[in-house]
Design a protein around this ligand. Sequence first.
Ligand code: NCD
Length: 331
Amino acid sequence: MNEGTVTTHPLPLQLRSDGTLRHLLTLEGLNRRQIEQLLQRAQAFVRPLGATPPATRDLEGVTVANLFTEPSTRTRVSFELAAKRLGASVVNLEVQLSSRVKGESMLNTIYTLESLHVDVMVIRDAEAGIPGLVADHVKPHVSVLSAGEAHVSHPTQGLLDALTILQRKPDLSKLAVAIVGDVRHSRVARSAYDALTRLGIGELRIVAPPVFMPEAGEMPGCARHTTLAKGLKDVDVIMMLRIQKERMSQASLPDADRYFAKYGLTPDRLQLARPDAIVMHPQPMNRGIEIASDVADGPQSVIRDQVRNGVAVRMAVLAEVIANRGSLPPA
Ligand code: NCD
């Protein structure tokens, strides 16, 4: 288990020599302008529910492989829909690999996919470093997109969370955002931190029991609170997180009822925030553990917008890396 240790990628690996995006492994290496451009591109793909989704030919002739070794519903389906709405062919691989053979098997799999003319590999893995390892070994015309790497990063989630906030509250410099729950084991929290700090967020708070606080020194600039009473006071945005059971030992799991009693977001506690505060959750949600159903389905929830925005963000990232490939000849 990689508890607490964050593997950093050699950041230039994500960018082509002309500075454009080739892989998306983390938001850490991107600057404000690059993130804003991706979000603008994503916003152009957003449609109201009930409207026909956008369809373009940006990825005509391109093949995208979804390579997921950890469970996923929304992220995998939204990457698949995003690729198809841009005109790509898509293959989905769900592989179970033991850690011992992971690196080698992963590389065998990607060499096979390259021979099958796969141009974009979308990778989700429980082990830190796997998307970077693959990115390091693919041919120059291939792009690697992380769909969630251990506890380290989940860049498209960070982008869709930023987009969801911007749609409701465009001036980020005036906002206070609370990230609540199991921040320590959360790739969602780390990527939200990367996106929001680069976009100039006014105030970012971490609200968690001591066992779920990130290591000292991680996420610099965030105020840390151990109670909702203080942490939620007058915030504009509340981002709730699921307890990452799969990233900790059974012994360190808190009791669900006690956790809800202290850290669950209930209608009463929501009143601590500003009256127009929005509530977010990356899902899957554990109703009655980190969030009450009345809040998850209530008028301040933007959780379903997050899902819708996920497709738009993934379309933007796919379109961007393929456009940047330019006229590179396949090797
Ligand atoms: C998250 C993930 O997998 O990191 N889900 C998602 O991608 N929407 C959050 C979680 O699993 O708790």
